[in-house]
Design a binder for this molecule. Structure first.
Ligand code: AMP
Length: 402
């Protein structure tokens, strides 16, 4: 079964064509500057096929972008399938499913209506995801099943004590203000891989999954279910990130807005775009730059990385406490998969809770590896995430059951 995985943004659209049963990637690419001047990238994964890199293709809307993807996939010379009939289903990444979706779903008219209702919860992301779904239906026809896979769905198992904010309760009941959590597709995928690596059923494991990238979140996973996570009502919460502040004292906002005569839009923009490790270092949101600058004596760059690592360390400890133990800690995403020094800084010094890192094994990058010592009571695992494969797997499971 071939699944086309679509991740639609407001002016971009990432895509992959893959077979989730054999885990074969057939093609991957990106449509950029949709509605502007249209740049199309296509990377077929079969020998002898040519890559197209940011070529000019008119894409006034997402429909032309999807059409360009399909044209490339079935192209006589560089295509990877003979016809559109070889695409069995489309899996769409959808950022926010509110408290309506606790798993992936076949897109129907009712689901589209529910997605529209979730727009106020993710005003920047959900409209683009909806546009992507509509464009696929328009171009591919109603016969190709479309499936929605939500970043929030995996966290719907959190208990009320973990997802409720200590605000007047009516803001939850009337306005749906609660912790939702994000990166659910990634956390779910690595939890499944962790169970496979440890040769255990995920139902028998307590895991702390650290998705550390430009956006970062840590999740406590007990018996395969998310029981707590660091992102909140929005992806602004939790750890300091590339440019996002993570958790701050809400009182800071009033203080700074009054002092610098800022309105709420400016304030929130600072929290989203000018804060995090970028804000503290005033240098970069990229951890590689910060590690290098830190080594060269830039104190704020070093501090920003230290703050981030310290935040992850505290979450590992608190989630172990929340679950009454932990069997494995997982590192994934850009930083988690690549930065040996950050992994060591985060998981080092946790011997008191049964975590002993293997400095030699930890030198690896981007490969499934056990990076704790053989006698470490709690295993530490490096697991490259694969959100697209998870979306394709969920899509295949739903379509197969139709
Ligand atoms: P992601 O959002 O998962 O794509 O992660 C992107 C982030 O991973 C980048 O901003 C980098 O800071 C970080 N990253 C990638 N490679 C490395 C590396 N070798 N060392 C440290 N950080 C890295």
């Amino acid at each position: 079964m071939n699944v086309l995985v679509i991740n639609a943004g407001s002016s971009s659209l990432k895509y992959q064509l893959l077979n989730p049963q054999t885990e074969t990637l057939l093609a991957v690419g990106l449509c950029e500057r949709i509605g502007i001047d249209g740049k199309f990238t296509y990377k077929p994964q079969l020998d002898g096929k040519e890559t197209l890199k940011a070529i000019d293709v008119a894409m006034p809307t997402h429909s032309e972008a999807i059409q360009a993807v399909l044209n490339a996939l079935v192209d006589e010379k560089n295509g990877v399938i003979a016809s559109m009939k070889e695409i069995d289903a489309v899996g769409h990444r959808v950022v926010h499913g509110g408290d309506v979706f606790s798993g992936s779903v076949l897109i129907t008219d009712d689901v589209m209506k529910a997605l529209e209702d979730c727009i106020p919860l993710a005003p920047l992301h959900n409209p683009a995801n909806i546009t992507g779904i509509n464009a696929c239906v328009a171009v591919m026809g109603a016969d190709v099943p479309q499936v929605g896979v939500f970043d929030t769905a995996f966290h719907q198992t959190m208990p009320a004590k973990a997802f409720t904010y200590a605000l007047p309760y009516k803001y939850y009941t009337e306005d749906k203000v609660r912790r939702y959590g994000f990166h659910g597709t990634s956390h779910k995928y690595v939890a499944g891989r962790a169970a496979a690596m440890l040769g255990k059923d995920v139902a028998d494991l307590k895991l702390v999954s650290c998705h550390l990238g430009n956006g970062s979140s840590v999740t406590a996973i007990d018996a395969g279910k998310s029981v707590d996570t660091s992102m909140g009502f929005t992806p602004l919460a939790g750890l300091p990130m590339g440019t996002r502040s993570g958790d701050i004292d809400a009182g800071i906002m009033e203080y700074l807005m009054n002092k610098h005569n800022m309105d709420i839009t400016e304030m929130v923009s600072i929290l989203n775009k000018k804060s995090g490790v970028f804000g503290v270092s005033d240098l970069s949101s990229d951890f590689r730059d910060l590690e290098n600058a830190g080594k060269d004596g830039n104190a704020e760059a070093a501090l920003s990385v230290e703050m981030f690592n310290y935040g992850v360390k505290k979450l590992i400890g608190s989630y172990a406490a929340a679950m009454g133990g932990v069997d494995a800690v997982i590192f994934t995403a850009g930083v988690g998969e690549n930065s040996a020094s950050q992994r060591l800084d985060i998981a080092g010094g946790l011997e008191f809770m049964g975590i002993t890192m293997d400095a030699e094994a930890n030198k690896v990058r981007g490969e499934e590896t056990v990076i704790s010592t053989a006698d470490s009571k709690v295993k530490v695992l490096l697991i490259p995430t694969n959100e697209e494969l998870m979306i394709a797997m969920d899509t295949a499971a739903i379509v197969s059951a139709l």
